[in-house]
Design a protein around this ligand. Structure first.
Ligand SMILES: [Zn+2]
Length: 119
């Protein structure tokens, strides 16, 4: 059975389709400054990603972990095929075009609008 994507918030759908919008990034030093912990936050869905990096070479140590916000994951619905995600995103964009509803939240739209107004 196909997953019910209608329950996904627009920003969750965008992140699943077009990758996270990694923004705020913090570094902290561990193990006598040999290892760096990099934590960054998605400015769209507010997921957090953490990874340990070997300071001398920049190589990742271990796996990247991501903590998703409530409602991001479709618990119990299995792995959702990427084409299904894209089709749902495109369906919403089409509906937005028809209804003139904003898919991108106002706060993300604001800088672009300001840039247009500044011309
Ligand atoms: Zn995201």
């Amino acid at each position: 059975m196909a997953a019910d994507l209608s329950v996904l918030k627009d920003q969750f759908l965008l992140c699943r389709d077009a990758m996270h919008a990694w923004g705020e990034t913090k570094y902290s030093f561990e193990e006598r400054n040999r290892v760096v912990l990099r934590v960054r936050r998605c400015g769209r869905c507010e997921a957090w990603q953490a990874v340990r990096i070997l300071r001398s070479s920049g190589e990742y140590l271990g796996r990247t972990t991501i903590q998703y916000p409530e409602g991001y994951r479709l618990v119990g619905q299995g792995r959702v095929p990427k084409p299904d995600i894209r089709a749902e995103a495109i369906r919403r964009v089409y509906v937005d075009m028809v209804k003139r509803r904003k898919l991108v939240p106002e706060e993300e739209e604001a800088p672009r609008r300001k840039a247009v107004l500044a011309r």
